[in-house]
Ligand binder design. Sequence first.
Ligand code: SF4
Length: 316
Amino acid sequence: MTVETTEEALAILDLTNEELPELLNVVYSIRKKYKGKLVGVQLLTNARSGNCSENCAYCAQSNKSEADIKKYKLVSSEKLLNDGNIAFEKKLARHCIGLSGIRFSNTEIDEFANEIKNLKNKTHTAICCSIDLLTPEQAKKLKDAGVDRINHNLNTSESFYQNICTTHSYKDRVDNIKMLQGIGFEICCGGIIGLGESKNDIVEMLLSIREINPQAVPINFLVPIKGTQLESADITHLTAEYCLKILCLTRLLLPKSDIRCAAGREIYLKGKEKEMFCAVDSIFASGYLTTDGSGVDETIKVIKDSGFDYYIESAT
Ligand code: SF4
């Protein structure tokens, strides 16, 4: 089954639920060819939280959000190292470090680069940073410090982007990713489903991501957060079947990339993990490390119970 055009991609999303098992079979054979039966487990440290200048409608850290979240500048070296050690000891695929905010001062990047150097020297785990717009000089500093991969999501289609954010543009995001690829970073680039977008928007976004050809594609399913602009978003269409069709389409369009089911997995795909892993080969261990240390073991159990094994990636 090949999917090249918008029409062919839309046809996948329009399949009936009765046709889903056949789609899962086809997608599983592609996943098996490129990824075997392995699932990469990533851990996430929220290294800087809240106080963002941007107005992304889904985000609890945005300037429009009244969500009750912890707000802090860069976390301590101890916290980063502790999380890095857990990732290393559990032999997880990657330590992902997320930072709120759209732009950073050179002093902030210098400080963060030092933390990364320290972490990389001690844990040797592959590091991905979820970070917004960087200057080429800042990006090079992070590369030299040991960041292997950068997560920068498109989030939705270019056509729908104005509905979820007006403080920066879709083009800003695409230009940033191209700059990062030019410097030699691996790229993690995905989106969020459930923002009010149409199926056409989903296809448009996935085709744009295919053009970028990232190493990893995280697909998030919106979990509305109280206090955000999308706290009352209609998510009734996010059935397990619909989510699975989107993950299958992502695998068909990007057969060799890591396809990650990120936020919303535990809600929308609970009990459907075996089907999910037909398309997906990467997930986050649930929860943040400080609040939910048992998330790692539980996540590994879900993978094994579904008949898959978790992925151990040696440090780069
Ligand atoms: S730029 Fe990032 S941190 Fe800021 S509001 Fe948007 S998604 Fe949230």
